[in-house]
Design a protein around this ligand. Structure first.
Ligand code: BMA
Length: 822
């Protein structure tokens, strides 16, 4: 095959120009374009628009999504004697007309699939002109909605009218930056004879053999009459199959004796095998892992479970929901994916859910998950809306699903295909039935089309119709007793202690908001004075009544920041308190939920927190902010997602030490529980020691005797629980608004190190939830730990990398719960 890249990197120069729409005065195009890329980043690079993330630029740039854009290039073509020439576009975003040398090749309307156009009779030797015109996506979606009738959706634009990333139109954590562009590579493929059009190598385990079923789709240039031999090499075995000319599809089965199986992290090694498929002149390379995955949702005594098993072994899921990692997805790279997936790995996670309002991620994402042992739960791209089942949408859905399943099915990490996000729940409960007036709403996709495609193309990976779902048409999809549950009354309506009222079989979404790091926030919000309700702040808080919910969410847990709007230094201090209080409360809420869920094991088989990452600087549910800074929530997740969890939980009238051993090794240690004073010196009032034995992959509840469980003064005492193996947790008899926390409980010292500095904090009384924010001094500085609680006499060293060592640290760089209540 002769491949001619038509990308910027391939040396082809593109321009983009506005051709129609509300272009403001002073905007002048064409500008140089990057392919793959998108118009926002092209205009930004050309200096034509300001940073869409800054201040309130988002609304000032809304015209871009209503404007039509023309991408143009010219390139040289030298005839190469091959029979077939195709223009291959891996991804066009979204409503486009493709024209070569003045001849229209076709139109497109789906970001989530690739396109091939035969161009042999249009290409000319010498200079060729390629033009791809894109209609403004907001205008297109509105037009389709007006013509076809509207289907219910959340958020402001009718994103469900078009097969385009839903959250690109704005979401409750993401900017409205509806864009266009040639967002994936584009090239000419010129070939003769037989060629590989797709390969699906599906690897599974049978006894101690690895079995690889390689499905190969072939394309034949007209007039080919010779047989072709397909060769598959994997794990040292070579298997061949000869097919007659014109055969379009074939399956080759290879057996690898003694294959090393692939495991998710925490369960074994991530063994991967290279696969090479060759036919005639064409070769395909990929990588697989031998593993079997199953999903158990069969009814039991409690309802019905949701258990993902790998190689027959049930996996307790400690996961996070994943959104596109940048509002401009063409800026993502192998490196950015590595960094963000490392956030999941370092927090102790074993699963990421690629949420349906985003994209089928790039191969890099799944490759890294294969290598790291992070299971992937892949939503089909439907979120929080009803969808037409009429043409042309139906055909587009099938085309994109076929391509996505074909591309992703080889990945060892792929553990689940899921039909949609919240659409079944939406149909049942969000008042869609009246506006739908009997029209189809997507059920046919989730219950018929998509499961049939998965069964055809990736039969070794389980399928679930939606999340949440109860695996029974007549049970509410969000019933806690059956299948998956999204817990959103916490955050939207009720206090986070409500988590403890639920016994979810599997919590696939639950979350609580908090602001991004101070440096991230203030890099884009320039209100004077800074205020939660400032004009630019509100651009970076997208949730419905988000600020009110942050405030109400404090409940009795933490004191409310002072409401001094006086400006100057006093006001700045209060904004600092708002920031720290809400970040801390976010972490506390999620800790509360996850410790409870894990204490229910094996009734509960997993938690997927909403959400790991952000796509720009924003107040959101994320654990890691849009600049990649780990929020206090992230450090909290690292603790409650540890393989071995030690926590104190109330059970009826007593307190128990709840333990979950999510390892293959017996957890055997001695646990000491001390009832201590919160005051200086931290007197030990009572103490008990017991032997803890938790079998592999199991949980144990140990009742605490009244001597430690019953405080004399709940506001001045706490429990310090320590395992001899280093595990630890605390229990408080009162919320921080009541708890006596000393104002002068700790001292900090700074030492310079080779790569930054250390801050050592030593406590003289209970010091609760210490956190260091070096980004306050230098946005590039990072700290290795956070939310550390110390009893009197203990110390902890925060290691900071990057930044210059300050002479001392105090508020707002070093914070604690103590400083909020004093
Ligand atoms: C759920 C998610 C997202 C949303 C989140 C927070 O509905 O599926 O749609 O961002 O809640 O509101």
């Amino acid at each position: 095959m002769n491949t001619v890249p038509l990308t910027t990197e391939g040396g082809v120069a593109w321009t983009v120009r506005a051709i129609d729409g509300p272009v403001p005065d002073g905007i002048s195009t064409p500008v140089a374009a990057t392919v793959p890329g998108e118009v926002h980043t092209d205009l930004l690079a050309a200096g034509v628009i300001p940073d869409p993330f800054d201040g309130d630029n988002e609304s000032k740039l809304a015209w871009i999504g209503r404007t039509s854009w023309s991408y143009r290039t010219s390139f040289d073509w030298v005839a190469d004697g091959n029979d077939i020439q195709e223009l291959v576009a891996d991804g066009l975003d979204t409503v486009a007309t493709v024209t070569l040398n003045g001849r229209e090749l076709g139109t497109t309307q789906n970001q989530h699939r690739s396109y091939r156009f035969l161009i042999g009779d249009v290409l000319v030797a010498g200079r060729n002109e390629l033009v791809i015109d894109f209609a403004g996506p907001v205008a297109s979606a509105e037009q389709i909605e007006a013509e076809a009738g509207g289907w219910p959706h959340t958020n402001h634009h009718p994103y469900n009218a078009l097969r385009k990333m839903a959250s690109n139109f704005g979401w409750d954590w993401g900017p409205d930056v509806a864009t266009v562009g040639i967002w994936q590579p584009i090239r000419i493929e010129s070939w003769s004879g037989v060629w590989i059009s797709s390969v699906r190598p599906l690897a599974s385990v049978e006894g101690d053999r690895g079995v690889l079923n390689t499905h190969v789709d072939l394309a034949w240039a007209g007039g080919s009459t010779e047989d072709a031999t397909i060769t598959v090499e994997v794990g040292g075995t070579t298997t061949e199959l000869t097919v007659a000319a014109g055969t379009s599809t074939a399956t080759i089965t290879s057996a690898v004796e003694g294959a090393q199986v692939w495991w998710p992290r925490g369960h074994g090694e991530q063994n991967l095998y290279d696969v090479t498929v060759s036919v005639g002149q064409d070769t395909w390379h990929g990588r697989v892992g031998f593993r079997n995955v199953s999903l158990d949702v069969a009814p039991d005594n409690h309802g019905s479970p949701f258990v993902i098993s790998v190689n027959g072994k049930p996996i307790y899921v400690r996961g996070a929901n994943w959104i596109p990692d940048d509002a401009f997805v063409t800026r993502l790279s192998r490196t950015t994916y590595e960094t963000s997936i490392q956030d999941a790995v370092d927090a102790g996670m074993n699963l990421l859910r690629v949420w349906g309002g985003g994209i089928y991620e790039s191969d890099d994402f799944y490759d890294i998950c294969d290598e790291q042992g992070i299971l992937v739960w892949q939503d089909f791209l439907f979120a929080c809306a009803a969808y037409s089942e009429d043409e042309p949408l139906r055909g587009e859905v099938e085309a994109e699903a076929r391509q996505a399943i074909t591309r992703l099915s080889k990945h060892a990490s792929l553990a689940l295909w899921n039909g949609n996000n919240e659409n079944i729940w939406g149909y049942v409960e969000w008042g869609w039935r009246v506006p739908l007036a009997g029209r189809a709403w997507g059920e046919g996709y989730y219950f018929d089309l998509l499961p049939a495609l998965v069964a055809e193309l990736d039969p070794r990976t389980p399928y679930s119709p939606g999340s949440p779902y109860s695996y029974d048409h007549f049970i509410h999809p969000n019933d806690e007793r059956t299948g998956t549950m999204h817990i959103w009354d916490v955050w939207n309506q009720v206090d986070y202690t409500t988590y403890r009222k639920y016994k979810p079989r599997f919590a696939s979404e639950f979350g609580f908001q908090g602001p991004p790091a101070w440096s991230t926030l203030t890099s884009v919000v320039h209100d004077e004075p800074l205020d939660p309700y400032g004009e630019q702040m509100l651009v970076h808080q997208k949730a419905f009544e988000g600020n009110l919910k942050l405030e109400r969410g404090l409940g009795e847990h933490l004191p409310k920041w002072k409401n001094d709007r006086g400006g100057g230094a006093g006001n700045a201090a209060n904004m600092a308190d708002w920031h720290w209080t809400t970040q801390l409360n976010q972490a506390r809420a999620i800790v509360f939920g996850i410790e409870h869920f894990r204490s229910l094991f094996p009734l509960n088989t997993g938690a997927i927190v909403w959400q790991l990452n952000d796509n720009w600087p924003v107040v959101s549910w994320a654990a890691v902010d849009g600049h990649g800074i780990r929020k206090p929530l992230w450090y909290a997740l690292k603790r409650v997602y540890a393989e071995r969890l030690l926590t104190v939980q109330p059970r009826e009238d007593e307190l128990v030490v709840a333990t979950h051993n999510d390892t293959d090794v017996l957890w055997s240690t001695e646990v000491t529980v001390k009832r201590r004073s919160t005051r200086a010196g931290g007197d030990v009032i009572a103490q008990e020691t017991f032997a803890l034995e938790v079998a592999p992959r199991s949980a144990v509840l140990s009742s605490l005797p009244g001597s430690v469980a019953k405080p004399t003064d709940p506001t001045r005492e706490y429990l310090e629980v320590r395992g001899a193996d280093g595990s630890s947790t605390y229990w408080y008899f009162a919320e921080d608004t009541e708890l006596h926390l000393e104002g002068n409980a700790y001292a900090a010292s700074v030492t310079k190190t080779d790569d930054g500095y250390d801050v050592t904090v030593t406590a003289s009384a209970l010091a609760k939830d210490l956190a260091l924010f070096p980004d306050r001094l230098d946005p590039a500085a990072r700290v290795d730990s956070g939310l550390v609680t110390l009893s009197a006499g203990e110390s902890h060293t925060f290691h900071v990398t990057g930044g210059t060592a300050p002479t001392s640290v105090g508020i707002p760089v070093l914070r604690s719960a103590n400083d909020l209540v004093n």
